[in-house]
Design a protein around this ligand. Sequence first.
Ligand SMILES: *Cc1c(COP(=O)(O)O)cnc(C)c1O
Ligand SMILES: [Zn+2]
Length: 414
Amino acid sequence: MKCIKCGAEYPAQLLYRCERCGGILDILYDFERIRDRIDFKVIVARRDGMWNYRELLPIEDYSKIVSLGEGGTKLHRCSRLEDKFGIKQLYVKDETRNPTGSFKDRPISVAVTKAKEFGVNTVVTSSSGNAGASLSAYAAKAGITCFVFTPTNVALGPLSQMAVHGARIVTVKGSVSDSFKIAQVVAKKYGWMNVTSTFLCPYATEGDKTVGYEICEQLEWKVPQWILIPIGAGPLLFGSFKGFTELVKFDLIRDLPRMVGIQAEGCAPIVKAFKERTMEVRPWKNPKTIASGISDPLRGYTQDGNLTLKIIRKSKGVAIAVSDEDILDAVKLLAKEGVFAEPTGAVSIAGLRKMIDDKIVDRHDLAVCVVTGHGLKNPNRIMDMLKEPRLVVHGGNGLKRSSIMKILENRGDF
Ligand SMILES: *Cc1c(COP(=O)(O)O)cnc(C)c1O
Ligand SMILES: [Zn+2]
């Protein structure tokens, strides 16, 4: 493990921050040594989802892997959106297909596997929904106890997932930054493993690398010009980019993609810092957006935002914000491609549209939008957005088919 700030190195262990400077820890691999042991032909022939890449994940004992079938998600070519946006090649990396309905299953699968390796029997997370839902399922599978600290407004989908898998749920009145703090204090006091999916748990972030590997593999080692990702603190963006940089070390690809981090206008601390050309992200005052999965003010851990910002710049990428209206439009556009995303998950599509309009993305570029979470997480929200989604008619004895036909015809869209 290496501190990204001061460079201090530590042997792999259960450690969250640099003991010297408090910096974020990153996992390093001895590529000289593992290079000969890794055969990508063998890797891609496996049928284990993201665990196809197990040699590149920080696991020592493969028998301890806790998996529900995460990763290995579809990369859809979206021809209808290509026409609409006027871009030649647009793909969606469909992370809605993970076992609990979001990409969080990747980092959580690695983190819970590490919990097994470390012999930990209680895990804890702070989460606005998906990470808590995921951890609850994986902890159940692993047979360990799970605590989830949530902010006040958690959608019913993830809340029911946490409840049914038997997590102990604690709702903290406030934002996700408040529940973050409490989870941290409690984990420390009782010696539980904290797998909160900011950059707190370095093992979790490693799971996100597999998004980068899979995109490259699915494009037959062609590198997209742009990877678009909804970002809260940004470990998914960081991890995906790390995945690409590792493939360069294995000579599988030469170029790197430009990483686009997208936030909602109502909570955009990283975008604000990007626009102001500073290195320092400041906490956001009043988060307000329908994209609940990225509604993170970063209060108390702005260094997480700084790291994501650094990666975006390093990749010659950009950070942009989109409105709630654009996000809901993106949900509808994705639905026309057969993909049902939650608002947060569709943020990448809203971002791409804006970048094409602003002529940042060229129509000849290849873009991959990561769609991070499933629409069934919060179906009420979706129904609210659709005007008159259904026609209600009477059944039973009085049913006259001809009268139903009449209603349909009068509706005009029959
Ligand atoms: C957590 C989450 C994100 C943000 O990912 P980070 O790695 O925390 O930046 C995006 N979309 C969905 C659906 C999420 O659950
Ligand atoms: Zn340090």
